[in-house]
Design a protein around this ligand. Sequence first.
Ligand code: HEC
Ligand code: HEC
Length: 290
Amino acid sequence: MAAVLAGIAAAAFWWLTRPDPLDAATLERLEALDADPARGAGVFWAGGCAACHIAADAEDTDRPVLSGGQRFDTPFGSFLAPNISPDTGHGIGGWTQAEFANAMLRGISPAGQHYYPAFPYPAYLRATLQDVADLQAFIETLPESDTANRPHDLGFPFSVRRGLGLWKRLNMDDGWVMADAPTPELERGRYLVEALAHCAECHTPRDRSGGLDRAQWMRGAPNPAGRGRIPDITPGGLGWSAEDIALYLDSGFTPTFDVAGGSMAAVVRAMARLEPADRAAIAAYLLALD
Ligand code: HEC
Ligand code: HEC
């Protein structure tokens, strides 16, 4: 009896944690798209990929070397960002469009395993297929690196990727948090903030499942780096004008002439490479929050 129950439990675990890749019709639409690396550069900077995927001591240039190696310490253990340069073998150079899209939109690797949400795919999953295709085309134009990936340093049970299937069932939600975006600018701001720039991953506290607490959207959160809190950026918490926010995202200067520090510094370096209209759209989104 115990063996039968254990067998049923194992089968249920296996079923509940199964990866859910993109379907054939979606992949067909993806492969029919014209991928444009120039547009992909905008997606890349909005997505902040370089912040995590360049080496810790590397320079943040317009053509970053995405060799990986940066380390993120969390309560579950340490993650090491992998090499996503276009090197075939060490990076993602040999990846098909379907493999890249499944990583970005489903958090699934070419081998069919779940990725850890330290890779912010719970936000990227809202990205359009066109942006994903353009992004991959841009990454293919960047320098190759033959740096080998190092394994994450995680304790049991977090070391078992299959278990992430349960986390994903609770936390993979592609609905918008801001239900209404009545103007094109707000719609663009919502897309940038909620899909690509993953601002909430840092600025929103997490619930007990480790997912974002949508009721506290952007209201500030403990700093995973240990010191202090990540600030509340709702209008009530921040108290800045649209110009103040756009200027901060461009220059890093606050209205009181402080400079963005900590993990926000790399975010600002990426945001500064966007079109001014995109920074204005992000500001409009933040000001439209409760
Ligand atoms: C907050 C840090 C962070 C950001 C931002 C980030 N990544 Fe990652 N990424 C990671 C980590 C950590 C992993 C490893 C996940 C795992 O092993 O489960 C990863 C894994 C990946 C992988 C899988 C690589 C492999 O070898 O299997 C791809 C592809 C990827 N990221 C692409 C991107 C792109 C493109 C962007 C920007 C749109 C991006 N990442 C932004 C941290 C980040
Ligand atoms: C990797 C984590 C991370 C991400 C992603 C992130 N932030 Fe931040 N943010 C921070 C931290 C940490 C600070 C505090 C910076 C400091 O102390 O100088 C901050 C500060 C800010 C501030 C200034 C608040 C103040 O009171 O000084 C604003 C505005 C802001 N972020 C907006 C954004 C927006 C918009 C996004 C998305 C485009 C974003 N952040 C994404 C970590 C992050």
